[in-house]
Design a protein around this ligand. Structure first.
Ligand code: ZN
Length: 107
């Protein structure tokens, strides 16, 4: 009977969401590049979970899909990586767009 309202999700749910996002990305990693369609699907599922439960996708995972077309990306397959000065430029070969990240830590 009760209509669902947008309450803040319990932190436990958000923890589960983060774990599921990690799992989805590792599944995408396994499926790629043989099953690009599946990998892309896992990315979109992960994004949906993140949006629904308002959890942040970890920065390292964010670099694994295109910000524009949301395709799962891998260097040498559908991603070109360039380092220019203080930035890393990711060139998505799927939609031909660039993403830029700040070059934070040096190993
Ligand atoms: Zn793209």
């Amino acid at each position: 009977m009760a209509t669902r309202k947008h309450f803040r999700k319990p932190s436990k749910d958000r923890k589960v969401a983060r774990e599921r996002i990690d799992i989805l990305f590792s599944q995408a990693d396994k499926a790629f590049p043989e099953r690009k369609d599946l990998a892309d699907r896992y990315v979109s599922l992960a994004r949906k979970i993140a949006m629904k439960l308002k959890v942040r996708i970890r920065p390292e995972l964010k670099r694994r899909f295109c910000r524009h077309c949301y395709k799962y990306l891998r260097p040498g397959v559908n991603l070109r990586v360039r380092t220019t000065g203080g930035h890393v430029t990711y060139y998505c070969l799927e939609c031909k767009k660039f993403m830029r990240f700040v070059y934070s830590k040096k190993k």
